[in-house]
Design a protein around this ligand. Structure first.
Ligand code: 6PG
Length: 263
């Protein structure tokens, strides 16, 4: 995995998981609105905003909130395309499927055009093929990107107790071939084959938002904010973008205690 320049990250602490979810929905909305305005100023008539969403449980409520008022009517659903940060190699109806969570929380509730969701296809013969096809899809969406990697307008990430993010796990060998955008890995709890965006893709995003909720994330968040290099989440350092950490009070407890409110 590659390293990076000093972080331009910021930690925002919300009192409760509910307020964290509200803040996350508001942040996504803010990024999209800002981007739409910038594209309008540049004379783009049919803007296309690209947002990659993580799985796990933390984003669920934020996405549910995004599908409700006031966002339901004001969010530019036609313009926003959603992608997966990572997927567990299970059928899409399984409880462990990230696609299922995204469907339950957002896609089945909000008026997202079906053509605006771009899932990892886990019906393919295996995760390597799934990764290859997902990369192909992304390459058709982001032809010849500057810097060699796609620039998502926003990527929503979680943090595992062990400091993983996306499906990039601490201590896991970096098996991604140089320059690749998507790779197949095995890891996590439960340990499963997975398909994930690679670290350089996360680092190429315009805006990265990390969400952390609950006491069980406190040690990992402290380590990530301290820049502990062994933790994959701390290596997400956008070269031409920003990182924001949104955490509830329990997740931020150790980071705050050490006097690392923000930097
Ligand atoms: C996954 C994820 C993963 C997730 C973290 C946090 O497939 O597991 O996308 O990176 O963001 O594991 O998961 P929770 O939000 O469930 O704690």
């Amino acid at each position: 995995m590659t390293g990076g320049a000093p972080c331009t990250d910021r930690l925002f602490v919300l009192p409760s998981p509910e307020e964290l979810a509200r803040a996350a929905a508001g942040r996504i909305w803010g990024i999209v609105r800002e981007r739409i305005a910038a594209l309008a100023r540049a004379g783009k008539e049919a803007p296309r905003i690209r947002v990659a969403l993580s799985g796990g449980e933390t984003p669920r409520h934020a996405l549910e909130i995004l599908s409700q008022e006031p966002y339901r009517v004001s969010f530019p659903w036609e313009a926003v395309h959603f992608y997966q940060v990572d997927e567990r190699w299970v059928p899409p109806g399984e409880p462990l499927s990230n696609r299922r969570m995204l469907r339950e929380a957002l896609l089945s509730r909000a008026p997202v055009p079906s053509t605006n969701f771009h899932p990892v296809d886990t019906s393919l013969p295996g995760p390597e093929e799934g990764a290859r096809r997902y990369e192909e899809l992304l390459r058709s969406e982001f032809p010849a990107p500057a810097g060699g990697y796609p620039r998502f307008d926003a990527i929503l990430l979680g943090i595992g107790k062990d400091g993983h993010t996306a499906s990039l796990f601490p201590g896991a060998p970096d098996t991604a071939s140089p320059g690749s955008w998507v790779t197949a890995v095995t890891g996590g709890e439960p340990r499963l084959p997975r398909v994930t965006l690679t670290l350089p893709v996360l680092c190429a995003a315009a805006r990265v938002i990390f969400l952390a909720s609950g006491r069980e994330k406190a040690e990992a968040l402290r380590g990530v904010l301290s820049g502990e290099r062994r933790l994959p989440a701390s290596r997400v350092v956008p070269a031409r973008g920003t990182v924001t950490f949104l955490a509830d009070a329990q997740a931020a407890a150790l980071a705050m205690r050490k006097g690392r409110g923000s930097r």
